[in-house]
Ligand binder design. Structure first.
Ligand code: P61
Length: 461
């Protein structure tokens, strides 16, 4: 057995600063979730014990990143930290041009406004909430072209993020290539369970779309975690470094939008990066309208410095091994306990399959929303619904979208929680599972117009 196989995923760092957590009683939590309308987004963070709502902006920064924060050059124009960030994006992602934004959706907004015209179609490997919202607000229609296996929580396909080229070809035949400004390719695919796309598939998408003059835009928010899976699972990549794989992935695209709040190990930030000078010129001109000058894009200089330094750390293999190892540890424990989860275990999160967890709760009684609330009441662990509430309504019919995947996500902040926190989380889910027969669903009593899952309110049936 190789040394790596024998050793566990222990963290290549130690804890220097701690933040106390509040513990609460079951009665307290019952009241808190009721007051939050059974929506974990509406809980106060101080009422949460272990916060697995998201891995976005919840990372623990390193001492080197914090040191960089003190070197913030808070100039309105031409901040030194912008140039450090630009150099780091060039080094690690390979793109020639950078436009910083306050976070990922800032970049999605600018990109969508530039590339999409009314009546266009945007194929993508499964929707993401903010990405699709910006595509639609720009006049486009999102079309899902991910492989069928991605919608099946039990399929063990190693690259469930792959694009189905036949679906893409069908769309081109149906609407014409001139109506498709770009293919939106996420690496990894969040809503499918943190599932990667293979390099082979990404290259095939690139070659195929080039024939039709269609651009490829990468959502590289968790591309480093995707690179880790390519190294682990794809033939020919075992001996390549994560940094090399990341650059190769980006080389198959024209541009990328990135939320720095994930891979880059920061608490805020994002960017749009591209090889395309014309796209860059337009983005640089538009960013000043929505985000800020093109050398800060809504960020403080210190935030850009933390991003640049985070990039050096994000490609370190020991770190990634521990990061993804922690998620696998939880997933494998849940599987051993007979809990239905999406397989293969993804990069940033475990996704509980609420349809199999609560087979008696129909989808329009919001089984995943219910499960997230039950877990919180049991232990103070906060998770997130990723099912019918997140999927929103059909723009034409006004009916709920009924996604195949009705999931609860346990997303792991990077470098934050210990193995004992993981154990407590698993124990809590097992205890909710043991009592699953007694649980009924919810009804929605308040539904916001945009991205409803953030602020929707529910009552118990
Ligand atoms: C998350 F409930 N993700 O996973 P921004 N692309 C991708 C993301 O995962 C992503 C963004 C773009 C979050 C935060 C979040 O419905 C939700 O920096 C693959 O958050 O603007 C964000 O990047 C947007 C949670 C976003 C949600 C939307 O937890």
């Amino acid at each position: 057995m190789s040394e790596e196989k024998r050793r566990s995923w222990a963290e290549p760092f130690k804890i220097k600063v701690v933040e106390p957590l509040k513990t609460t009683t079951r009665g307290y939590r019952e009241r808190a979730i009721r007051e939050a309308g059974y929506n974990t987004f509406l809980l106060r963070s101080e009422d949460v014990y272990i916060d697995l709502l998201t891995d976005s902006g919840t990372n623990a920064m390193s001492d080197n990143q914090w040191a960089g924060m003190m070197l913030g050059d808070e100039a309105y124009a031409g901040s030194e930290n912008f140039y450090n960030l630009e150099a780091a994006v060039g080094k690690y992602y390979g793109y020639s041009y950078l436009v910083p934004t306050h976070q990922g959706r800032g970049a999605e907004h600018i990109l969508s406004q530039i590339l999409i015209s009314e009546g266009d179609y945007i194929p993508g490997n499964m929707y993401f909430t903010t990405t699709r919202e910006h595509q639609e607000r720009a006049g486009g229609t999102f079309v899902d072209v991910i492989i069928d296996e991605a919608h099946d929580p039990e399929s063990t396909h190693p690259f469930k993020g792959n694009v189905d080229l036949r679906k893409l070809e069908d769309l081109i035949e149906r609407v014409g290539a001139e109506k498709i400004p770009y293919v939106s390719v996420a690496a990894t695919v969040n809503m499918a369970g943190g599932q990667p796309i293979s390099m082979e598939n990404l290259r095939a998408v690139r070659e195929f779309t080039q024939l039709h003059g269609i651009k490829v835009v990468l959502d590289a928010t968790r591309a480093v975690e995707n690179a880790y899976f390519v190294k682990r699972r794809e033939e020919g990549y075992a001996d390549r470094s994560i940094a090399e794989i990341l650059r190769e992935m980006c080389s198959c695209s024209d541009a990328a939008t990135v939320s720095a709040k994930k891979d880059l190990l920061t608490n805020i930030g994002g960017f749009l990066a591209t090889f395309d000078e014309d796209l860059f010129e337009e983005a640089r001109s538009l960013v000043v309208v929505y985000e800020g000058l093109h050398t800060y894009g809504g960020l403080a200089g210190r935030d850009m410095e933390a991003m640049a330094r985070g990039m050096e750390e994000m490609v370190e293999e020991d770190y990634l091994h521990a990061r993804i190892g922690q998620v696998e540890y939880v997933g494998e424990k849940l599987l051993r306990g007979g809990i239905p989860i999406v397989v293969p275990i993804g990069g940033h999160a475990i996704f509980l399959d609420a349809k199999r967890f609560f087979p008696g709760i129909p989808q329009d009684h919001f089984p995943a929303q219910t499960l997230a609330a039950e877990i919180y009441v049991d232990s103070g662990v906060r998770t997130m619904e990723r099912g019918i509430v997140s999927a929103g309504r059909d723009r034409e019919t006004g009916e709920h979208n009924y996604p195949e995947l009705e999931l609860v996500r346990l997303a792991f902040p990077r470098r934050v929680y210990t193995q004992a926190h993981c154990d407590v989380t698993v124990e809590s889910i097992e205890s909710v599972h043991d009592n699953r027969e007694s649980v009924r669903g919810l009804r929605m009593v308040h539904e916001p117009k945009h991205l409803r899952f953030f602020q929707a309110r529910f009552e118990k049936l």
